[in-house]
Design a protein around this ligand. Structure first.
Ligand code: SAM
Length: 279
C-alpha cells in the first residue's frame, strides 16, 4: 500500500534546512559517525574500488562519508540548489577532490540520469519518497546500479507510521503553509506529543535518544524534526512492496534491511544488468 501525494509545486525547502545543519551542527565527530554508519550498513571497512552515486545529497555529509571511506569516485546531485551549494561546501572541506563532482539534478529526469552511467554503489537515503513520483524515482535510481552493484536506499515506511500516514500528510500540509513562527510552535508540539509522550519525566530518555541519533548517521535532532514535519511532497511505501518491486523489475536481491524507524533502510545487490524493458 502506498499513500501518494503528488503535488510537488509547494515543495519543502530542504536545502535551507541542510544549509542550517552544516552551518550550525557540522563537526568532525558527525563526519566520522556518518562514515562509520555507512560502512557498517554496507558490511565493509572501506569503499576502495567502488564508486558512489549520491542521489539527493542534501547536506552532502554522506557523500563526504563516502569520500572518507575512500570511494574511487563520487557524484552527488540534488534538486534543491541550496542542497547543491551545501554539498559543495563539504566537498570544499575535503579539499575539492577531483574525483568528487557535485551538481544540480533531478532523479525524475531520465535523460539526465542516463548521462551518469552506472555505479557500483548507488545511495539515496530519504529522497525518493520526496519526489512526488516515488516508484518512478526508485526505478530511475535502480537503473544507475552497475551489474553486481549495490543499491542502498531509505524510504518512509507505511508499516511503522503512527497514528497514520494520512495524519502526517495533513500535518505536513499545515507545516508547509505556516509562518516561521507557527512552524516553530509545531516543532515544539511534535516534541511534546511524540518524543515526550506528553510526559516531562520522559526527558532523560529523550536526551539519550538525541545522543543516539547523532551516533547513528551524524544527523541533528532538530534538523530531522524539521525535515520530517516539512518534507514535501511525500509518500510512504510498504517494505515488502519495495522488495518485490526491485526483485520483479530488476532481479535485485535484498542483502540487508533495517526497519522499525520512520525510514526503512534497504541494501540490495544487483544480480544482473538493468532490465531491457522500459518502465
Ligand atoms: C530528506 S533529504 C535527504 C538528504 C540526504 N540524502 C540525507 O540522507 O541526509 C531529501 C533530499 O532530496 C532532495 N530531492 C527531493 N526531490 C528530489 C529530486 N527529484 N531529485 C533529486 N533530489 C531530490 C531534496 O532536495 C533533499 O535535499
Amino acid at each position: 500500500m502506498t499513500f501518494a501525494e503528488n503535488s510537488a509545486s509547494d515543495r519543502y525547502e530542504f536545502g535551507a534546512n541542510w544549509a542550517s545543519f552544516v552551518d550550525n551542527h557540522y563537526s568532525a565527530e558527525r563526519r566520522r559517525m556518518a562514515t562509520d554508519k555507512l560502512l557498517s550498513f554496507l558490511g565493509k571497512t572501506s569503499l576502495e574500488g567502488m564508486d558512489f552515486l549520491d542521489i539527493g545529497s542534501g547536506s552532502g555529509l554522506h557523500s563526504l562519508a563516502a569520500f572518507d571511506a575512500k570511494a574511487d569516485r563520487i557524484h552527488s546531485f540534488d534538486l534543491d540548489p541550496l542542497s547543491v551549494t551545501t554539498t559543495g561546501k563539504l566537498r570544499h572541506l575535503a579539499g575539492d577532490p577531483p574525483n568528487w563532482t557535485v551538481e544540480r539534478g533531478n532523479v525524475l529526469d531520465a535523460v539526465y540520469l542516463e548521462t551518469l552511467g552506472t555505479w557500483s554503489l548507488v545511495y539515496s537515503w530519504g529522497v525518493l519518497h520526496h519526489t512526488g513520483a516515488m516508484w518512478q524515482a526508485v526505478e530511475n535510481a535502480a537503473r544507475r546500479v552497475a551489474p553486481g552493484g549495490l543499491f542502498f536506499i531509505a524510504l518512509y515506511s507505511s508499516n511503522v507510521v503512527k497514528p497514520s500516514a494520512e495524519f502526517w500528510l495533513d500535518v505536513k500540509r499545515r507545516y508547509n503553509a505556516s509562518s516561521p513562527r507557527r512552524r516553530r510552535w509545531m516543532e515544539y508540539w511534535y516534541i511534546w506529543r511524540f518524543d515526550l509522550g506528553r510526559n516531562p519525566l520522559q526527558l532523560p530518555q529523550l536526551v539519550k535518544r538525541i545522543h543516539e541519533k547523532k551516533k547513528g548517521r551524524g544527523m541533528s535532532y532538530m534538523t530531522d524534526i524539521r525535515d520530517w514535519l516539512g518534507g514535501w511532497p511525500m509518500e510512504f511505501a510498504d517494505d515488502q512492496a519495495v522488495i518485490d518491486f526491485l526483485k520483479e523489475r530488476f532481479d535485485f536481491e535484498l542483502v540487508r534491511i533495517s526497519t522499525g524507524e520512520a525510514c526503512t533502510e534497504f541494501l540490495f545487490q544487483s544480480t544482473s544488468g538493468p532490465p531491457s524493458k522500459p518502465a
